[in-house]
Design a protein around this ligand. Structure first.
Ligand code: LLP
Length: 428
């Protein structure tokens, strides 16, 4: 679900004609819809209401301050994985106790910043991290709130780059060692070991891995509680899918239907549940607006070369990810009803949509069916509100794109386009 639709064959972001934005701020630009962000957040909140979880938005998916602030105002907490993300969350006005801090490589400086800020939980990923955290907490004279991140060895059936909860990935602590680690944490006065955390990977298009992963977590929780340490917090991670293709992803209610029954009784007895959706809230809330700079053929192939590629949106080349793309102003007969590889409209041609970067791996879509586009036409790449801008780079000395937030009939620049001067401003 989103608020990007062709009205009279002109793409609108909510009530704004995106051509107006292109005229005002140029391309490439990420355009976000506030109403879409709100709707997806509210759907998660409502679907999971019976267990009233703390929803910690995954900042890595979209870290713009205006986006974080908007979600914070709806009551969202934040899942951060670095000192930089924590800084952004705090700067956006998110109360620290609503933040959880995960990540395999937290430095002492980052741990110190998190403890000073007073984050709600530090999700510890190794025995060594636990020791370092205890020493930092002792030095500061505080007690660190700790959840142990469990590696449950559950396969989420997603891309291997984004599978995190199987054995022999770098994440979490092997389930069988967790009770002992918990016991160590419990004996350390500078630590308050209160919870368990799991994140299986993403995107996960099926509810079964959650059921399996949470099942493992609950077995562990029972065992640890049996040994005398209460578990008051269970963080079940993120990974909920977004609608990259019409109709493929389960919605928030489908995930909740599978997950809520597993946790409801324990919540009634005082357990606090945390969920960490990123893309399910932000992906469909964004499009990447590009302009075609050249149309060319090479052998049998037709290429549409756009003014942004892997530098703006890395997901196609990094994960072979599918992102629907469509002209901003197609002929009326070519307005698609479904976002698929080949929408059911007449007169399409098969092309490769590529960027300007000097690599053959720089593509946004290959062998894709599109209406004919010419040099100068605008193209929208959908479901790019998550892991678009946050993974963008300045490769080939490309300034980072602008970000625009639309709300109803209003739009404002929430990150200005970088300039050539910005590119060199850190160098001496
Ligand atoms: N929690 C933890 C601990 C995570 O590591 C992640 C994502 C999330 C939550 C949020 O996952 P989400 O709900 O957004 O799927 N760059 C990749 C995704 C990498 C995700 C890494 N961790 C992509 O573009 O698909």
């Amino acid at each position: 679900m989103d608020h990007f639709e062709h009205r009279d064959a002109r793409l609108h972001a909510e009530d704004v004609d995106v051509r107006e934005i292109a005229d005002a701020v140029g391309t490439p630009a990420f355009i976000y819809s506030a109403a879409t962000l709100r709707t997806h957040f509210e759907r998660f909140r409502d679907a999971f209401a019976p267990i009233d979880p703390l929803i910690c938005f995954a900042v890595k998916s979209n870290a713009n301050l205006a986006v974080l602030r908007l979600l914070g105002e709806l009551g969202s907490g934040m899942d951060v994985v670095s000192g930089g993300e924590l800084h952004r969350a705090l700067e956006a006005g998110i109360p620290a106790e609503r933040c959880v801090f995960a990540g395999v490589g937290k430095t002492e400086l980052e741990l110190e910043a998190a403890l000073r800020a007073g984050v709600g939980s530090i999700n510890v990923e190794s025995e060594q991290e636990l020791e370092v955290l205890a020493s930092v907490a002792r030095r500061l004279g505080v007690v660190a709130p700790v959840s142990i991140r469990v590696n449950p060895d559950v396969d989420p059936h997603t891309h291997h780059h984004t599978t995190t909860g199987t054995r022999e990935t770098k994440f979490g602590i092997d389930a069988e060692r967790v009770p002992a680690v918990f016991e160590t944490a419990r004996r350390e006065p500078a630590l308050d070991a209160h919870g368990l955390h799991v994140h299986l990977g993403s995107p996960i298009y099926d509810t079964a891995p959650y059921v399996e992963g949470i099942g493992r977590l609950l077995e562990l929780a029972d065992r640890i509680e049996g040994e005398g340490s209460p578990i008051t917090r269970l963080d079940i991670g993120g990974g909920f899918a977004a609608d990259y293709e019409t109709g493929r992803a389960p919605d928030a209610a489908a995930y909740a239907d599978a997950i809520v029954p597993l946790l409801r009784d324990r919540v009634a007895r005082g357990l606090r549940v945390v969920i960490e959706p990123g893309r399910a809230i932000a992906a469909n809330a964004g499009i990447l607006l590009l302009r075609v700079v050249a149309r060319k053929t090479s052998g049998r192939k037709t290429f549409l070369v756009c003014d942004g590629g892997m530098n703006a949106l890395l997901r196609p080349s990094h994960y072979d990810a599918f992102h629907f793309a469509w002209p901003v102003a197609p002929p009326a007969s070519q307005v698609p009803l479904r976002r698929t590889e080949r929408p059911d409209v007449p007169d399409l041609e098969q092309v490769d949509v590529v960027g300007p970067i000097c690599e053959t791996g720089d593509f946004l879509a290959r062998d894709r069916w599109l209406p004919r586009l010419e040099r100068g036409d605008l193209l929208a790449v959908y479901a790019t509100g998550a892991y678009g801008m946050t993974m963008a780079s300045r490769y080939n000395a490309m300034p980072l794109p602008a970000e625009i937030l639309v709300d109803g009939d209003a739009h404002r620049v929430i990150r200005r386009r970088e300039t050539f001067e910005d590119l060199i401003s850190h160098e001496r």
